[in-house]
Design a protein around this ligand. Structure first.
Ligand code: GZL
Length: 312
């Protein structure tokens, strides 16, 4: 079961003097960059010596980094796994070395005993919230949807698709007509949206875009404008992360909804780690962060200002 992360506080165990290796995916999105900033801040505040490794979105670089952390004899490893498969062997090596691994923001298809806990949102739920917003917004109107998927094989891409499709199940007026990965980046999101627009008669019969993250949505908004259409009006835009730039787009009427993902996954991770290392108490296998829908009705520029201070 998940420990819903609300206002809960953790034991007073101190994390000071710990050496923690962090295998980060890269900086493919504004959200990921904020997660890195906050992780470094959280480590600093706790007196943790953080060894940081940026994998440039390559799994083999993450596996190399984990092996290096094991060789260094770190106390623990944080891993944001770029894809869901291919981790069993290196996680077993960390377990054999008695180095606990905590997953951040994505999950892996590996036996649960190979990691201490996973600090993530409910990725299926996020997709479902986005889908439900679209179903409610179009009401009975027929609506062709295009989808920009996250990184192929990553748990957010798999789960956000699943949740969105579940929300549209049985709604004959809504149809996903094109779906392709934009790899969570603005550049790719723009490129793929351009191809969707070309393939769909200049975008005339596209009613909505669902992007698995805001960065791809922001890129796609550019492509929609360059095609002479009005994003947020001719083509509704719903995405996930709630990074500052999507609120700027909302304030300009160019985006419609986003589902918030906190970039502070490391704070809770460091807290359960300190408690575990102090008294050996195993935390729940999943520490769930909250998801919240924001729309144009939520004073987007005020939210933008608030977000600007939080690691972005
Ligand atoms: C989701 C996280 C995703 C973000 C993207 O938990 O893994 O990765 O939604 C990032 O912005 O690329």
């Amino acid at each position: 079961s998940a420990t819903i992360l609300a206002a809960c506080t953790f034991g007073s165990a101190s994390a000071a003097d710990l050496v923690v290796g962090f295998s980060q995916i890269g900086s493919e999105s504004g959200w990921r960059a904020a997660e890195t900033t906050l992780t470094k801040q959280q480590a600093e505040q706790r007196g943790i010596d953080l060894k940081f490794a940026d994998a440039q979105q390559k799994q083999e670089n993450q596996i190399k980094a984990i092996r290096s952390f094991i060789a260094q004899g770190v106390n623990a490893i944080l891993l944001a796994p770029v894809v869901a498969t291919g981790w069993d062997e290196v996680l077993q090596e960390a377990k054999d070395a008695e180095i606990p691994v905590i997953l951040l923001d994505r999950t892996v298809d590996a036996p649960k005993e190979l990691y201490l806990t996973a600090v993530t949102s409910d990725l299926v739920h996020e997709g479902n919230v986005a889908g439900k917003w679209l179903v409610d917004t179009v009401a009975g109107k027929s609506c062709n949807v295009v989808e920009l998927q996250g990184t192929t094989g990553s748990s957010p891409a798999i789960d956000r698709k699943k949740g969105f499709e579940a929300a549209l199940a049985g709604k004959d007026n809504l149809k996903i007509v094109r779906s392709q990965t934009g790899d969570f980046t603005r550049t790719k999101g723009k490129e793929v949206m351009e191809s969707f627009l070309k393939a769909e008669d200049g975008g005339k019969n596209i009613c909505a875009l669902y992007a698995h993250n805001d960065d791809m949505a922001v890129g796609a908004i550019q492509a929609i404008k360059e095609a002479g259409l009005k994003p947020g009006k001719d083509i509704l835009v719903v995405s996930i992360d709630a990074v500052p730039d999507i609120f700027q787009a909302m304030a300009a009427g160019e985006a419609n909804a986003t589902v918030e993902l906190t970039p502070n996954m490391a704070g809770p991770a460091f807290d359960v780690l300190a408690t575990y290392l102090k008294d050996g108490k195993e935390p729940a296998k999943w520490i769930q962060t909250e998801s919240k829908l924001y729309t144009q009705a939520d004073d987007p520029m005020k939210v933008y200002e608030e977000k600007k201070g939080l690691g972005y």
